[in-house]
Design a protein. Structure first.
Ligand code: AMP
Length: 486
């Protein structure tokens, strides 16, 4: 017997509709690549997202077609998030830090119809445009006054010109919540980048879970600054969470240095910021050198790579900012675990609590996890046994995009599929996960993976890069399958 409840669809458009209706005056503040600070509200954002949906319809974008972005965190990128997914097309965020050849490979693999880009990335577009086989036009995310001249790019359009010509009269369509909403390629695996294709349902469920008190603990009283890029797993879901709870959003644009970030944190009275350790290190260095404090920030989410214990202490003891250590991956939308205390741990000594916080935390409801040995047998949660970390849940990838024949999941005896994360971990009796290693050698750049290749292969294919990486990290034993962070 079915329940007798309404079956409203879980659609991304509902987030911006909600933010407009209930938090219409709440601000979205962006540092623009044009150099100034831009301010508007959720109401304005929703109006422009509707205009943009008309622009895309006029350009001929159809349901399920991919539209790409190569962009920083900013209000135009947010408009694209909601317009593309909201109209039933697929928002494809490309990582601009990749080599132009890889960007072209990804755009062709995804069969992107249009590519929107921030002016910073014009050099990449110039190099790759001629190699993009399916891309009908490249759209500079700027106004007429800032449009680049003599670029040599055929089909270069101006974002604000298109917007000026479009009406904001648009009704978001309703469709199956399993419909694809966004695509993000991971390069954290062997070989070519692989596409993770999120759905409206997976995104909405992830958004609910991300906002929970023991996850990112977000509310309408928050001012959220995602330093983590919108091209990397949807800025950990924060552009969706902020709409769901009605938090003010602050976007740093290209200003990733300590000075620019600190300035925004203070002027916009940010309460929660999220980023990778390398970015935070730059911020902390700048603050210490200039004897600065945070006046409103109370917590920060740190993930992407392990939060160094010294950083944890510095944030909490020197700056009074509580650290939420989180683990996730592109394949998990990305949240898997967050390190929030259980009440019994609050009685522990500060040193014991720091030891817990150095772990990656407990599974967010919706993510089921286990560790297994080489033969796939589950290992105990004793904080010592170390094994391959496997996960499953409604926002975990089941197959990579356009690799339908490739079985990604490992089946257990009950017929459940589990995604092998590639991470090696232990889990303690309270359910706190600790990542200890990768089962493949991984190279990270600025806290983000740039590749994961057997060391033998990379040493042979790119000996100079490999040696430079070894020297950069002063790694003494490169032949023992180390984890390289460059
Ligand atoms: P990506 O898909 O690029 O986000 O990379 C995901 C990978 O980053 C994971 O599989 C982990 O190996 C690593 N990672 C993410 N968060 C953490 C963390 N808090 N501590 C250690 N490794 C992490």
């Amino acid at each position: 017997m079915n329940g007798l409840m309404m079956s409203g669809k879980l659609l991304i458009s509902s987030l911006i509709v909600h933010a407009d209706r209930h938090h219409g005056d709440t601000e979205i503040v962006s540092r623009r690549v044009e150099g100034d600070i831009h301010r508007y509200t959720y109401r304005d954002c929703h109006r422009r997202a509707r205009q943009l949906a008309n622009v895309l319809t006029e350009l001929g974008v159809k349901d399920g077609e991919r539209v790409a972005t190569l962009a920083w965190n900013g209000y135009r990128h947010l408009e694209l998030y909601y317009a593309i997914s909201g109209m039933g097309a697929v928002m494809h965020t490309i990582n601009p830090r990749l080599h132009p050849e890889q960007v072209a490979y990804i755009a062709n693999h995804a069969e992107d119809q249009y590519l929107f880009f921030d002016l910073t990335f014009l050099p990449t577009i110039k190099l790759m445009a001629a190699h993009c086989n399916t891309t009908k036009a490249f759209i500079a995310m700027t106004d007429r006054a800032h449009m680049p001249q003599d670029t040599g790019i055929d089909n270069l359009l101006c974002y604000e010109d298109l917007m000026d010509a479009a009406s904001d009269d648009y009704s978001w369509p309703t469709f199956d919540e399993e419909t694809a909403s966004a695509l993000c390629y991971t390069s954290g695996t062997t070989g070519n980048p692989k596409g993770v294709l999120y759905s409206h349902r997976s995104t909405l469920l992830h958004t609910y879970a991300a906002a929970l008190p023991d996850t990112l603990n977000c509310s309408a009283r928050d001012v959220i600054l995602p330093v983590v890029p919108m091209f990397h797993v949807n800025a950990w879901g924060l552009p969706y969470v902020a709409c769901m709870v009605g938090a003010k959003l602050v976007f740093p644009g290209a200003g990733m240095d300590g000075k620019s970030i600190h300035e925004l944190l203070e002027t916009e009275q940010v309460t929660l910021a999220a980023g990778v350790p390398t970015i935070w290190q730059g911020l902390l260095n700048y603050m210490e050198t200039n004897d600065l404090k945070f006046s409103t920030m109370t917590r920060t989410v740190i993930g992407g790579s392990a939060c160094p214990p010294a950083m944890l202490r510095k944030f909490q003891e020197v700056f009074g900012v509580h650290v939420l250590h989180a683990w996730g991956m592109t394949e998990l939308s990305p949240l898997g675990t967050v390190c929030a205390f259980k009440s019994k741990l609050l009685k522990n000594s500060p040193e014991e609590r720091y030891a817990v916080q150095a772990k990656q935390g407990r599974a967010v409801f919706g993510v089921d996890m286990k560790i297994v040995d080489e033969d796939g047998h589950e290992l105990p949660w004793d904080g010592k046994s170390s094994g391959k970390l496997m996960v499953r849940g409604p926002w975990v990838v089941s197959h990579y995009y356009r690799s339908e024949n490739e079985a990604e999941l490992e089946m257990d005896a009950d017929g459940h599929g589990w995604f092998p994360t590639g991470d090696i971990a232990n889990i303690d009796a309270d359910g706190y996960l600790q990542i200890t290693d990768r089962d493949k050698d991984v190279i990270k750049s600025g806290g983000e993976w740039i590749g994961s290749i057997d060391l033998e292969n990379i040493a042979m294919a790119h000996p100079a890069v490999f040696m430079a990486a070894c020297i950069a990290v002063k790694h003494p034993k490169w032949d023992e399958r180390p984890l390289l962070v460059v």
